[in-house]
Design a protein around this ligand. Structure first.
Ligand code: NAD
Length: 263
């Protein structure tokens, strides 16, 4: 299937590693011109180089903290005419509810929600002029099944669904679509390192810790393993494509069946 992404300009926030990296690489493989973003120049240079080596698309680098308002404005000025925006960057941290101070609630909202809201607001005028655009929020299974060990993270992931649906309604009748994608447990860099540390400290293999995790912590998973970032990226690339023109206002799951619901 040709995803018809040739030369489309795409920004993927937080794309030097993990799910974001896989999305950027996949879009570039499909011929898009991709802006790879991370907070340090060295991480961005490294990711750009790796993607260029593997793909045929144009790859730009953007070293900026896109949770910062000025940085977001500068980015959109530097790259006018962004046609595909993937709001991927996000942070998580398990913490008991009583120990989460106001400051953390605000920081999680700023980084996980407001960063994407702001970027969407900045790219929307050009999308409206072109009457075409794709905005994808990378949410989480945690939007629906709020993790009691990090309620502030769950709050941000649910908020992304509200923003995404509302924004889709606000551009009804145009060629712009807005969707959210909900990954489940995915072996990104952060999760991979965490499980490897657990395995090392417990004298176990990665596979043993993974099996225990899905038995005890995520028993509703139907695939009984971590998804790969590539499995998430494949869905995002389709949603970003002109072929997905009838998919909008949707919350699309790529969670290995962890959310116990048929729809
Ligand atoms: P990750 O930590 O592996 O990678 C995140 C990337 O974003 C890194 O390159 C990091 O440097 C970058 N980043 C973080 N803050 C940034 C900022 N302010 N500006 C620019 N870059 C920034 O993360 P991941 O696991 O791939 O997660 C990506 C998204 O997927 C997040 O929104 C997360 O909530 C969501 N998600 C992840 C999982 C999972 O199991 N890994 C599950 C559900 C949802």
């Amino acid at each position: 299937m040709d995803l018809q992404l040739d030369d489309k300009l795409a920004l993927v926030s937080g794309s030097t590693a993990g799910i974001g990296y896989a999305i950027a690489r996949t879009l570039a493989q499909e011929g898009a011109a991709v802006i790879v973003n991370g907070r340090t120049q060295s991480a961005v240079d490294d990711a750009v180089q790796r993607i260029r080596a593997e793909t045929r698309g144009t790859v730009h680098g953007l070293a900026a903290d896109l949770s910062d308002a000025n940085a977001a404005e500068l980015a959109v000025r530097q790259f006018p005419g962004i046609e595909i925006l993937v709001n991927n960057l996000g942070i998580f941290e398990p913490k008991p509810f009583e120990e989460i101070p106001d400051e953390d609630w605000r920081r999680f909202f700023d980084v996980n929600v407001l960063s994407g809201v702001r970027l969407a607001r900045l790219v929307l005028p050009a999308m409206k002029r072109a009457n075409w655009g794709r905005i994808v929020f990378i949410s989480s299974e945690s939007a629906v099944q709020i993790p009691s060990e990090m309620i502030h993270y769950g709050m941000t992931k649910t908020a992304q669904l509200a923003v995404s649906r509302g924004l889709a309604e606000s551009v009804a009748g145009t060629g712009i679509t807005v969707n959210s994608v909900l990954p489940g447990p995915t072996r990104s860099r952060g999760v991979g390192d965490f499980v490897e540390d657990l395995a090392r400290s417990g004298g176990k293999s990665f596979e043993q810790v993974e099996a225990e995790f899905f038995e005890q912590v995520r028993p509703t998973s139907l695939i009984k393993r971590f998804a790969s970032p590539q499995e998430v990226a494949s869905l995002v690339a389709y949603v970003a494509s002109p072929l997905a023109s009838a998919t909008t206002g949707a919350a699309l799951r790529v969670d290995g069946g962890v959310v116990k619901s048929a729809f």
